[in-house]
Design a protein around this ligand. Structure first.
Ligand code: SAH
Length: 352
């Protein structure tokens, strides 16, 4: 059975699906889901990410974590965790760069939180030189500092969408028009959880809520507050905001989120204000990715790597630097949220 047939029959028998159920089914259905069945990254795949564009991204992120580790007294044992590690490229680049920092790699207990068996296999190959543990959640962390990275993880978590009609809320959902999937709206229902932030929203406003993110980030924040460490979260999105940001990407092209369930990546913008509020720990000002990488020294690093390159590899390297940092490419769309223990130094690279 195809995933489209599965979703169609589920809607035909039980009625329309909320957007969060649709996203979870498309991305993580055990046998037909997008992430569970494939490695979607890179030029051959559907989309690419910063660590796949250039090694500089992971290297600089690694040095940011290592500097923070040093400023917290270089604890002799800590958890180095990543949420949604994709191919393991970012973690490999972090660890390679941090070999230059005495004691860091030896003190790190690496934990990867990954839902996809297919991607766990790729990560095992990429990181075969290291001792790595996989986990489904971060619920059972050792009581020691936590240094965590997450790049393009929170955008993959399922969202719900609510449309303001007058003073009421109607939830957007996926139903059927004939045999075809179609967006529709549930009858109006009170949504008291939306009122604190969106109680005065104008008619026609669409609000997105990512309920799955809150417990994850609350766990990370509580652990850092109690044990030390820091978290660097990078994604596309903004501080608050409204509007429909659900999008599907297949073979590097935007497609309709309903067109090919299970065969396209589905994401939504991350609301960093909601993440920071749920974390309950100290955080730096939300910083554009381009600014973050410049402040960590991407330009001298790029120049030093360029000395060994010529021809096409040099052109690709220059293009990758631009793509990661330029405001009209990923530099502004992607943002960095750094969480740290109250009273401890802010990680380098972010705006204070
Ligand atoms: N961080 C990587 C990959 C981003 S793609 C990079 O920058 O290249 C999103 C990643 O999150 C994939 O590894 C995907 O399998 C994983 N993922 C998505 N939803 C998840 C969930 N609910 N729990 C754990 N991992 C998840």
């Amino acid at each position: 059975m195809s995933l489209l047939a599965h979703i169609t029959s589920r809607i035909a028998t039980q009625g329309p699906m909320r957007i969060d159920e649709y996203m979870t089914t498309c991305l993580l259905h055990p046998t037909l889901g997008y992430y569970t069945t494939r490695d979607p990254l890179g030029t051959e795949g559907d989309f690419t990410t910063a660590p796949e564009i250039s090694q500089m991204f992971g290297e600089l992120l690694g040095l940011c974590l290592a500097q923070t580790w040093i400023s917290q007294g270089a604890p002799a044992s800590f958890t180095l965790a990543e949420l949604g590690p994709g191919r393991g490229t970012l973690m490999a680049d972090v660890l390679r760069a941090c070999k230059a920092v005495p004691g860091f790699v030896e003190a790190a207990e690496i934990v990867l939180v990954e839902a996809s068996p297919a991607l766990r296999n790729v990560q095992a190959q990429t990181l075969n030189a290291y001792d790595v543990a996989w986990a489904d959640t971060l619920d059972r962390l050792a009581p020691q500092p936590l240094f965590l990275v997450a790049n393009e993880f929170f955008d993959a978590l399922p969202i719900r969408q609510f449309l303001r009609e007058g003073t009421q809320w109607r939830e957007r959902q996926v139903g059927l028009t004939g045999d075809a999937l179609a967006f529709g709206l549930a009858p109006a229902q009170p949504q008291p959880a939306l009122d604190p932030l969106h109680g005065d929203a104008a008619d026609g406003t669409l609000v997105e809520v990512c309920a799955a993110a809150a417990p994850i980030i609350a766990g990370v924040g509580a652990h850092i507050e109690a044990n030390g460490g820091a978290a660097v979260i990078i994604d596309y999105g903004d501080w608050g905001g409204t509007g429909d940001t659900l999008q599907a990407v297949r073979a590097h092209q935007k497609v309709s989120p309903l067109a090919t369930p299970g065969a396209a990546d589905l994401t939504a913008h991350v609301d960093f204000r909601a993440l920071a509020a749920a974390a309950g720990t100290a955080h730096a000002a939300l910083t554009p990715q381009g600014v973050f990488l410049e402040q960590l020294g991407i330009t001298p690093r790029a120049q030093s790597l360029a000395k060994h390159l010529s021809g096409q590899p040099l052109q690709s390297h220059v293009a990758a630097h631009r793509r990661l940092t330029h405001p009209q490419e990923m530099g502004n769309l992607f943002k960095v949220l750094a969480l740290h223990q109250s009273g401890s130094a802010v990680p380098p690279g972010v705006a204070t």
